[in-house]
Design a protein around this ligand. Structure first.
Ligand code: SF4
Length: 498
């Protein structure tokens, strides 16, 4: 059986890093972990072929070769997913769809999908494959159970041409013990964090290392520290040991703010090779934090927490939200002040949205405050599917004012310095390769000569050379990110009127 594994295209969003990827001549951020894991679960006599639409187009030749097309993706990829499924259908290739997008929005794809294999693939895919083998495949496979990910196979990294990618994703755990009301992670994956074993993770890392990958590896766990006991006693010691004879691999991940309370855990993570952590800060407003049940962020000095992580050797990236019922007109300036003061360079600010399946969605539905029953999936496009308490125009204007400020070269670069002053460089660095050197020269032209940030760019580079020379590569990377964030903001939020 010939199977296309189709990964839909990402639009030009904050996390696509499209404008940043051009500097390193890459087309896409990361290979599709879900599809590669599915590939590893297919019968041995099937032949899978990965088609990442972020890399190349789906051709008539691909379609003529295939018996089935497996498509998976996230909400933000819905348009490309629908178009790809439609093309397969028209070409007579049966479409099998799974993953978060299809699990949440099955109804929108009824016209183009033959078989939905939803929720956790470890449970539903074997049911589908068994039925298919017996000629009785159903239209929908779903489950409310959570898979034991100890049995999840090593993704088929051999299907990937790593040279096209900037990073590689792997997953250690699923689920999160917290209860933020806007978050659909717990609705999809549950509250009890389930982890793989360190042996599984080491096998995955060995696989990508053997295939030649050198560079960042992103642990896509929604909260890596959800199960601290196994993290401390199993995964981190194994990673520390693994990297002893390896070069060129660094890790980043997502974690809750309580990581800042644990100096030992942070040090262990840094020794294991982690250098960046994304944290859901959401808002400096205590009432809004209480409103969305983000209890872990309450009654803390959040700026001090961020600085503690930076001093431990972890760059903090963070998500922020405006549009909570408790928000007043002062929230916009407070968010700006917080972001600038904390030195969170990669600050993703979005309007509050209510993803289907969340507690927030159910509450606003009851209150008649849902505009549409789905979200855009792009956290910074200035859209929302809810009717906020605050006047919508005022909310949009305030939202735009935050983005305009934090991505403006003057303030963005100021924030870079705030961060670089505080940050203790990790002892584990990726050696600078030819691509990086070329990226640096490209920044000289694009940012240092023709860019509107040229003054701030040179100022940052010279300041870093004199004050934090070890962090020079990081300063260049942050300059590239700033360019990407500003373009995304200018092209989407400002143009569309937010
Ligand atoms: S901590 Fe993060 S992953 Fe966990 S429930 Fe809150 S938003 Fe979701």
């Amino acid at each position: 059986m010939n199977v296309l594994l189709i990964y839909p295209e990402f639009p030009d969003t904050f996390w696509s890093f499209k404008h940043a990827l051009k500097f390193i001549h890459k087309k896409s951020s990361a290979p599709p972990l879900g599809l590669l894991t599915i590939a590893a679960s297919l019968p041995a006599d099937w032949t899978p072929r990965l088609i990442d639409l972020n890399q190349r187009a789906l051709t008539a030749k691909d379609l003529a070769w295939a018996d089935y097309a497996f498509i998976s993706g996230m909400t933000v990829q819905r348009q490309s997913a629908h178009a790809a499924a439609e093309r397969c259908r028209e070409a007579g290739v049966k479409v099998v769809a799974g993953g978060a997008l299809f699990t949440i929005e099955q109804a929108q794809f009824e016209d183009v999908v033959d078989h939905f294999v939803l929720n956790e693939g470890e449970l539903t895919l074997p049911m589908f494959l068994d039925d298919l083998a017996h000629d009785r495949a159903q239209h929908v496979y779903t489950t409310t159970a959570y898979a034991d990910i100890h049995a999840t196979p090593t993704p088929r990294w051999d299907l990937v041409d790593f040279k096209h990618y900037a990073t590689v994703h792997i997953q250690y755990s699923r689920g999160c013990p917290f209860n933020c009301d806007f978050c659909n992670v717990t609705a999809l994956l549950g509250h009890r964090p389930r982890t793989k074993t360190s042996q599984q993770i080491i096998a995955e890392l060995d696989g990508i290392y053997r295939l030649g990958w050198r560079g960042p590896v992103f642990f896509v766990d929604d909260n890596l520290i959800g199960n601290q006991r196994t993290l401390r006693t199993d995964l981190l010691p194994a990673l520390i040991e693994w990297r002893k004879d390896k070069v060129g691999i660094v890790f980043n991940t997502e974690a809750s703010i309580n990581l800042a309370d644990d100096e030992e855990l942070m040090q262990q993570m840094v020794r294991a090779g982690f250098n960046t952590v994304f944290v859901g800060i959401e808002t400096p407003d205590e009432d809004s934090l209480a409103e969305c049940s983000k209890k872990q962020n309450l009654k803390r000095d959040l700026v001090a927490d961020v600085k503690r992580m930076q001093r431990a050797g972890l760059e903090v990236q963070a998500g922020f939200i405006v549009g909570f019922d408790s928000d007043t007109a002062s929230i916009f300036q407070r968010q700006i002040d917080f972001i600038q003061k904390s030195g969170i360079v990669t600050a993703m600010v979005g309007l509050l949205q209510a993803p289907p399946g969340t507690q927030l969605y159910e509450r606003l539905k009851r209150e008649g405050r849902l505009l549409v029953d789905r979200i855009s999936g792009d956290n910074v496009d200035g859209t929302t599917n809810i009717i906020p308490h605050m006047n919508l125009e005022a909310l949009h204007a305030g939202y735009r004012s935050i983005l305009e400020y934090i991505y403006a070269p003057r303030y963005y670069y100021q924030r870079c310095k705030t961060f670089l002053r505080e940050y203790k460089p990790s002892p584990i660095q990726v050696p600078l390769d030819f691509q990086y050197i070329m990226a640096f020269f490209r920044t000289i032209v694009r940012l240092g000569i023709i860019g509107k940030e040229r003054l701030q760019y040179w100022n940052l580079l010279f300041w870093t050379l004199f004050n934090r020379p070890r962090l020079f590569p990081q300063a260049v990377t942050l300059a590239i990110y700033g360019y990407h964030f500003r373009l995304v903001y200018e092209r989407h939020v400002q143009k569309d009127g937010g």
